[in-house]
Design a protein around this ligand. Structure first.
Ligand code: SF4
Length: 293
């Protein structure tokens, strides 16, 4: 009897997004000539790349007091203005790798804050991108959790704006918008689509792959916000959805039970790791198929 070919369907949009690529390339270039490069937090949620950079002199610091005697790099999430000011006062060279999409959202928040709008920021309150946006927005701002979009605040402003974290899932954003609009039917509310195109494309692919495969693997670090969103999207559609941060995570899955495996990655996942994962699965009898646009 003819046996079905076991398939590995790889998403078109995988590996680093261009914002992360820009930040990592800039850090690598600087470390070719500098002995040390400072950064507040990890440059990328990827242990392999972080180890490579640290071996070359990349130094993760916890606060601005440690900014001295070496250049500083701003990561793709951007920085709150007060933190940037403190770093500028340290008189070290500053290299800005803030993603252009994040910068665009920062400018939008600034514009709406200057026009005296009340701003609802939908995103993870602990995420550095949201922390920077909150500070730019000032006091007339409320962070709405995408996981539990409750709005328990009295707002006197007539004009409001709703703005999303760049890596938010479209579904979560829609449900948060619905809650806000229902809560304030008498306000003039501007809804801004600030989810970045990279996240939108990956979310669409995640939906299709989760629907059309037996097993769906989302490759990326546990600290990566966009990987987490892809995992949630997959899990809501296909119960056999797993997040893979390291090869040993595969050991918890009975891979051989599945004929069609879908693979996507977060925006901070290195293509080299994805290729290692793919080769590993190819050795167990799966044929690689890359999706077309
Ligand atoms: S996920 Fe989007 S916003 Fe974030 S760094 Fe990548 S391109 Fe920029």
């Amino acid at each position: 009897m003819k046996q079905d070919v076991k398939k590995l369907i790889i998403a078109k949009n995988i590996g680093f997004c261009f914002g992360v690529t820009k930040a990592v390339n800039l850090a690598r270039k600087l470390l070719d000539k500098e002995k040390k490069l400072l950064c507040l937090g990890d440059l990328v949620h990827n242990a392999v790349v972080m180890d490579e950079l640290k071996n070359k002199g990349f130094c993760v610091i916890k606060d601005t007091k440690s900014v001295k005697n070496a250049p500083f790099i701003i990561r793709s999430h951007g920085l709150p203005p007060s933190v940037l000011k403190e770093i500028k006062n340290s008189n070290v060279p500053i290299f800005d790798a803030t993603c252009s999409f994040v910068k665009k959202v920062q400018n939008l928040v600034k514009t709406f804050a200057e026009k005296n709008f009340f701003i609802f920021l939908v995103g993870d309150s602990q995420h550095p991108e949201i922390q920077a946006l909150k500070e730019i927005a000032g006091k007339n701002c409320l962070i709405i959790s995408p996981y539990n979009p409750k709005v328990n605040k009295k707002i006197t402003h007539k004009q409001c704006a709703i703005i999303a974290q760049t890596t938010l899932s479209s579904e979560m954003y829609k449900s948060a918008i619905k809650k806000i609009v229902e809560k304030f039917p008498d306000k003039d509310i501007e809804i801004l689509n600030t989810i970045c195109p990279v996240s939108i494309k990956r979310q669409q692919e995640a939906k299709n792959l989760a629907k059309n495969t037996d097993l769906f693997l989302v490759v990326g670090g546990k600290k990566s916000s966009n990987t987490k969103k892809l995992f949630i999207i997959g899990k809501n559609i296909n119960n056999n959805t797993y997040q893979i941060e390291k090869l040993s995570d595969l050991e918890n899955i009975e891979i051989e039970k599945f004929n069609k495996i879908g693979i996507i990655s977060g925006a901070s996942t290195d293509i080299n790791f994805i290729n290692i994962l793919i080769n590993n699965l190819k050795h167990t009898g799966y044929k690689k198929i890359t999706r077309r646009k």
